[in-house]
Write a protein that binds this ligand. Structure first.
Ligand SMILES: C[S@@+](CC[C@H](N)C(=O)[O-])C[C@H]1O[C@@H](n2cnc3c(N)ncnc32)[C@H](O)[C@@H]1O
Length: 240
């Protein structure tokens, strides 16, 4: 069993401003643990977490993958060269970026937080380069104004306020994630029934050529949580 990252450096004051890992976070950790052998085989060069919050999820995948992997990619360097996985993390909340950085430091995980919305300015440089994409989004349905205000304020409400069907932020990312994923890339997304999980899956396959599986689902109090894993569908046309 892979230990949950050490978060003892984060305080109650941090959790006033940044999402405290909860059942959704832990379901995502469990999904990654269930996939750990595939993830190691994948030998990712770039992992990108959107909305890293405390940094718990990226620190966990760094534990799975270890500090460095041997590159299997064609390279003009020596084939025996070792190559570290890069753990890019974005969050719209600046304090979340500080927490992600300190969580990386306390867990010997080289996390690189960037304070931006979604993939922000990285998107062009990361075109079809990301091997693992992770997103536990603000998925709670709210009125649109609440989600817009939360995105503007870049504070704790941005951790949950999701707008109509809880999909205001997630939909923006789903439009672009295919452009980020490498050919062998995989994308893990947390969702709840209000987000219309079958609808997300059908649309991602039809519009973006990404097929999906439900890796894990769990009831947690009043919430029913899902982790979806997307990969490129066999023979999907390269439209991105
Ligand atoms: C449900 S919390 C998840 C935090 C952490 N990944 C976890 O699993 O515990 C959602 C996170 O997404 C961030 N977020 C919300 N909107 C965002 C956006 N447009 N771009 C990047 N991050 C965003 C929030 O600040 C928050 O840290």
């Amino acid at each position: 069993m892979i230990p949950t990252p050490d978060l003892r450096h984060l305080t109650a004051q941090d959790y006033d401003r940044v999402y405290e890992p909860a059942e959704d976070t832990f379901l995502l950790l469990d999904a990654l643990e269930a996939d750990q052998h595939d993830l190691k085989r994948l030998r990712p060069l770039i992992s990108l977490e959107i909305g890293s919050g405390s940094g718990c999820v990226s620190a966990f995948i760094a534990k799975i993958l270890g500090p460095s992997v041997r590159t299997s990619r064609p390279t003009h360097f020596s084939p025996s060269l070792t190559s570290s996985t890069v753990y890019l993390c974005t969050d719209i909340n600046p304090h979340a970026c500080r927490c992600t950085h300190s969580t990386g430091h306390h867990n010997a995980a080289p996390l690189d937080p960037i304070n931006t919305s979604l993939a922000g300015p990285l998107a062009r440089r990361l075109h079809r380069a990301v091997d693992v994409v992770l997103f536990n989004p603000p998925y709670v349905p709210t009125v649109p104004d609440e989600a817009d205000d939360a995105q503007q304020a870049r504070g704790i409400a941005g951790a949950w306020a999701g707008g109509v069907d809880g999909m205001g932020v997630t939909d923006q990312f789903l439009e672009r994630v295919g452009e980020l994923m490498s050919d062998r890339g995989r994308f893990y997304l947390v969702a709840v029934p209000e987000n219309d999980v079958p609808g997300i899956r059908e649309r991602m396959l039809r519009v973006h050529g990404l097929q999906s599986e439900i890796v894990l689902s769990r009831r947690a109090g009043r919430e029913h949580l899902f982790v979806l894993r997307f990969v490129r569908a066999q023979g999907a046309s390269q439209t991105n």
